[in-house]
Design a protein around this ligand. Structure first.
Ligand code: CAO
Length: 482
């Protein structure tokens, strides 16, 4: 009977032929309308939007991250309302506090811009008392996030088995450079990941060196991937009750972002990549996807063109896409209406071998306008273009200030500085960017209020030197001023 059911469930197995066919009886499907508040969900909130807490309220994160990849992940979780407790080595803390320092003795922008909305506790994880505190944190928190070198967490004594025994509900999330395989033990930084994940081999010009990109796709990109893994694991835990391990390897994260290049690798087997500029130039393709310069990654040809002022302004350029549906508008705009019907230019396949000549003609037009004029004129006609915006222009852009994507934050030792706020906007979970913590600023608060150690225990922990010496700071965490 069970076997019969299994066969039915698979759905592909044909029923044995018999001479006298029985009439097929189909199960009657009962369609039950879902109640609006069904599925175990609470009643629909009647509070105003943005006034019913935050998405991750109640989630406690043991943040054992450092440098960039891990901190970007936990910063996002903090922005969504998680209580992020950053554990740092007494005395020095996260190495980035002192890296690329612009103001002597003050936490660097590298640190402050990656650690908003967190609390800091200093702990020597290699001391007996430090481990006692860490184990209490493991029992108290929902997620441990770390991006130490491979094996470092195990060497501390915090193996997955030990953590799972202490708190079977805990999610342990890690960033590593590589997944299991020949390089799994390697330490990895941003550019290593960009090179190992396929980004560098496909970035730059065909006849030049491989290039790394300014976007931190290895670090911040992997932090983003990890954050998604963590919230998914939290969601699954609601059903299973247990934690799990979440791993994102930086190589995997970069390769995921280079997905279209693996697409092109396979297309190469069927002929040249005719949307690449080198096709029009008659340069043969090799065995691997070449560097595409500024060619568009999609099927619509695009390049970077000079605009008015390019001789002195390094960012007076625009990205111009000759999207097929607006080709006729482009021809009119640049003063080349004859190309609308000319057999060499009218249709996309005819244009492909002539892209260099076509873009040179468009550039004659863009050079007569500023990048913002080109943007305005093209957008009015639905022609997709992108001005090359400098960091200065982005920092001063009012619309980004308005949306909280660029925020001004006040810091007790640094003063006011600019930061990138939460790029992910939730309509019912509004982000308020708070300054990063000073080293060990919340040690006492966490030992007492979160971990509920008695005054005697706290005295013992402190006397052992496990927490170092926390700075005395007046006032609580400052609010970000937009
Ligand atoms: N108390 C005591 N010891 C501590 C501590 C604390 N609070 N916090 C960390 N440590 C110890 C670790 O246990 C480790 O000790 P062991 O080597 O003896 O086990 C040691 O500090 C150093 O950790 P690390 O090897 O992770 O640090 P590193 O500076 O040598 O390497 C990095 C940095 C980033 C290359 C490495 O952590 C790494 O490969 N991480 C994974 C990939 C990653 O996230 N890279 C992105 C970094 S951002 O560009």
């Amino acid at each position: 009977m069970a076997k019969k059911k299994a066969l039915k469930a698979k759905g592909k197995t044909k029923a044995p032929k018999s001479k006298a066919r029985k009439p097929v009886t189909r199960p009657v499907l009962k369609v039950v309308a879902k109640k609006p508040n069904g599925g175990g969900l609470p009643k629909v909130s009647s509070k105003p939007w943005g006034k019913d807490g935050k998405a991750l309220d109640g989630v406690k994160i043991l943040d054992f991250t450092h440098v960039q990849s891990g901190p970007t992940c936990t910063q996002l979780l903090a922005w969504f309302g998680a209580d992020v407790i950053k554990v740092e080595r007494p005395g020095s803390g996260d190495i980035t506090r002192g890296q690329l320092q612009d103001v002597p003795g003050v936490d660097s922008l590298y640190f402050t811009m990656l650690n908003h909305n967190k609390r800091s506790i200093t702990l020597d994880s290699k001391s007996k008392q430090g481990m006692k505190v860490l184990e209490r944190l493991v029992k108290t928190c929902d997620v441990l996030v770390e991006n130490f070198a491979p094996g470092a967490l195990d060497r501390m004594g915090l193996t997955w088995e030990h953590i799972h025994a202490l708190n079977p509900r805990m999610i342990v999330a890690s960033v590593k450079g590589f997944g299991p395989g020949p390089y799994e033990d390697c330490k990895v930084y941003e550019n290593v990941a960009q090179c190992a994940g396929g980004s560098a081999s496909t970035t730059g010009f065909h006849d030049g060196l491989p290039l790394v990109t300014g976007a931190q796709i290895g670090d911040s990109g992997t932090g983003l991937h990890l954050a998604l893994g963590i919230v998914s694991a939290l969601y699954q835990r609601k059903r299973t009750g247990r934690g799990q391990r979440v791993l994102t390897a930086m190589q995997d994260g970069v390769l995921n972002l280079c997905r279209v290049k693996l697409r092109d690798q396979q297309r190469l087997a069927h002929g040249p990549l005719n949307e690449y500029t080198q096709f029009g130039q008659g340069i043969p393709f090799g065995e691997a996807v070449p560097r595409a310069g500024n060619d568009s990654g999609g099927g619509q040809p695009g390049v970077i063109l000079k605009c008015k002022g390019w001789e002195t302004d390094p960012n007076a350029y625009i990205y111009f896409i000759t999207q097929a549906p607006v080709w006729e508008k482009i021809c009119d705009l640049i003063g080349q209406p004859d190309w609308k019907t000319h057999p060499d230019y009218a249709k996309p396949p005819a244009r492909l071998p002539r892209l260099k000549e076509i873009f040179e003609r468009i550039e004659q037009w863009t050079k007569t306008k500023t990048k913002f004029e080109v943007m305005n004129e093209c957008n009015a006609l639905d022609i997709p273009v992108g001005p090359i915006l400098s960091m200065k222009e982005l920092a001063e852009e009012p619309s980004l200030r308005h949306t909280g994507t660029v925020v001004e934050v006040d810091h007790p030792t640094r003063g006011k500085y600019l930061s990138v706020g939460n790029p992910i906007k939730l309509s019912d979970s509004i982000t308020e960017v708070e300054r990063s913590p000073l080293l060990g600023e919340h040690t006492d608060e966490i030992l007492t209020k979160v971990l509920k150690f008695t005054p005697r225990e706290i005295a013992e922990i402190k006397a052992s030197g496990a927490t170092g010496h926390a700075p005395q700071v007046s006032g609580s965490r400052a609010q970000a001023a937009e």
